[in-house]
Design a protein around this ligand. Structure first.
Ligand code: SF4
Length: 343
């Protein structure tokens, strides 16, 4: 098995109480069976507190009861009482692993860090060559003879990544080209012959429907909701800065390497591309709207928060995929016209 890591992966170290948006808030903390078994024998006040605050949620998972949206063991110094009292080795698997994520494709395994962690996001935005080993010879040779489908997806993913990094074009055009290319890939995956997209019945529309969808999502932070609402109201005509596009390239590679190969199970390459387009519209317009209103604006935090609010929410991702399937405004043709009109 080939294990493939982005270059920044091993540099990651949790910055704990210096973190501007801890993973100890907004999310439920899962307690896996093995860790709960250990907790059942911990003596003293900490053991009693852990057992009292471990409950079964509506999905049947064992979790710590949230304390106003925060982990009940996240103390006033923004440090973890379980880490302090029992050591890192006795954190639940979720806490021990985050933001590390792995996807096992049988012939190879890709490891990545989540953009929802601000420190991981910082490492990704600072690294110009983060995914140099992804899609390389190791991966291609691992499945060259054994799996034509995966081999095809790996090649189309590499072509997609190259198109997204082609700085001779504005980023919105690159996204449009990449969507058109993947619409052809999708036809091939569906067993058809590639053919030019038919734009005859497509009426271009603005990006308001993408904001409507995001405002109807489950949103954890009112600050985030306000930013999306501001961009929905004022962002439509605002131009995207080149600096934003340069950083978004790193975010887009993260998305591509994290999600494109899901098509090996779903048979759909367009979901991941459409999710990237939504992320681009919302985050770029938030930055533009904040700047236009002379409000504080931190690009890393906008991208990181998008990852936390949308990408890491199972409910929101499911809703988005459902909209892609049923709302014609998410057709490849409409999104291409919308992107081209942005430049
Ligand atoms: S989000 Fe990242 S840096 Fe912040 S507390 Fe969690 S793991 Fe540490």
């Amino acid at each position: 098995m080939n294990d493939i890591y982005p270059t920044f992966y091993k540099k990651f170290k949790c910055i704990a109480n210096l973190c501007p948006d801890s993973c100890c808030k907004d999310w439920d903390i899962d307690v896996d069976c093995e860790t709960e078994k250990y907790y059942s024998c911990v003596e003293g006040n900490l053991g009693d507190k852990i057992r009292k605050l471990t409950v079964t949620d509506e999905y049947g998972e064992r979790v710590f009861i949230s304390n106003n949206g925060k982990c009940p063991f996240w103390n006033q110094n923004m440090l973890c009482d379980i880490y302090i009292g029992l050591g890192e080795e006795h954190l639940s698997a979720t806490c021990k692993n985050f933001p590390r994520m792995s996807v096992d494709y049988t012939d190879f395994c890709e490891h990545i860090l989540s953009f929802a962690c601000p420190e991981a996001a910082r490492l990704m935005l600072e690294d110009d060559n983060a995914y140099a080993d992804f899609g390389g010879e190791n991966e291609l040779s691992a499945c060259e003879n054994s799996d034509d489908y995966m081999s095809f997806l790996l090649k189309s993913r590499e072509r997609t990544a190259k198109m997204l990094l082609d700085r001779s074009q504005p980023f919105a055009y690159r996204l449009a080209d990449c969507l058109e290319f993947n619409a052809q890939i999708q036809i091939i995956l569906n067993g058809g012959e590639p053919a030019p997209l038919d734009f005859d019945d497509t009426e271009p529309c603005g990006c308001g429907f993408i904001f409507d969808m995001h405002l109807n999502f489950e949103i954890m932070s009112s600050e985030w909701k306000d930013k999306v609402a501001l961009a929905a109201k004022n962002g439509g005509e605002l131009k995207i800065s080149k600096e934003f596009d340069d950083d978004f390239e790193k975010f887009v590679l993260y998305y591509i390497y994290r999600y494109y190969l899901e098509a090996v199970n779903s048979g759909d390459v367009l979901y991941s591309i459409k999710r990237i387009i939504c992320a681009y519209i919302v985050t770029s317009k938030i930055e533009a709207a904040l700047k236009a209103a002379a409000l504080p604006c931190d690009r890393l935090r906008i991208l990181q928060r998008y990852s936390k609010e949308v990408e890491h929410s199972y409910e929101n991702t499911e809703r988005m995929n459902a909209e892609f399937s049923k709302d014609k405004r998410f057709s490849a043709q409409n999104l291409i016209l919308m992107l081209e009109a942005m430049v």
